[in-house]
Design a protein around this ligand. Structure first.
Ligand code: SF4
Length: 222
């Protein structure tokens, strides 16, 4: 019964291939300010910010990095400081021991293998200690070279509600989105879903009556 209701809803809104264009366009108009909420001025600062943002809010990271980035400017600065001091400097972002270790390991590899620069390719980014695929995707997209689609909790929920995937595993969801979303939109698309997820399609209480996607969404409550 539930299944046939879902099938009916999917039929009503049409194929995902036909809907993806209008979904992206409408969200771009609705969330023209969508973008990364972390503050950074260089590739190194971007990478460190994204690494620090695991398990905490962007606001919290920005509060910490406002001071951190005055003290640590180059990869060498993170290695010239004892691990314990770096731990204290990033303490407020949580998981400070793991994060300090990962940042120092990453800086060492950047110096030894990448001339102290942040690489662009996903294969290189995921080699850096403590840099998982999601972090690598965020960094690559922000550097203007998206090579995947970032899947966080909002992207997962909205992709499912919008009927863009039937998967639950982030890796499989990313694969579905890569097949569906035009490549030039891979960078902005997650930001659009994240902002829509925070403002309108909220986890516990989606505000379908205020949603610009209502006629394109099989989960609409209207
Ligand atoms: S119509 Fe409702 S469920 Fe669908 S995307 Fe909008 S808020 Fe979310």
């Amino acid at each position: 019964m539930a299944r046939s209701f879902v099938e009916e809803a999917r039929k009503r809104v049409g194929s995902k291939r036909g809907r993806i264009g209008p979904i992206v366009e409408r969200l771009k108009v609705e969330h023209a300010d969508a973008g990364i909420a972390l503050s950074f001025r260089s590739d190194i600062e971007l990478l460190v910010s994204v690494m620090l943002s695991a398990q905490t809010t962007d606001v919290n990271v920005n509060r910490v990095t406002a001071t951190l980035f005055r003290k640590y400017r180059r990869p060498e600065d993170y290695l010239a400081t004892p691990q314990e001091e770096l731990e204290r400097d990033i303490y407020a972002t949580g998981f400070f021991r793991q994060k300090a270790k990962a940042i120092r390991g990453t800086m060492r590899m950047l110096i030894e293998e990448y001339d102290g620069r942040v690489p662009r390719r996903l294969e290189d980014l995921v080699r850096l200690p403590g840099v998982a695929r999601k972090t690598a995707n965020v960094v690559a997209a922000e550097l203007g070279e998206p090579q995947g689609v970032v899947v966080d909790t909002h992207v997962r929920r909205l992709s499912q509600r919008l009927g863009l995937t039937r998967e639950d595993d982030p890796v499989k969801i990313e694969r579905d989105l890569q097949r569906l979303v035009p490549r030039q939109e891979w960078g902005i698309f997650p930001h659009l879903l994240i902002w829509h997820g925070r403002r309108v399609c909220i986890a516990r209480a989606p505000r379908c009556d205020d949603c610009v996607l209502v006629d394109l969404c099989p989960s609409s409550r209207l």
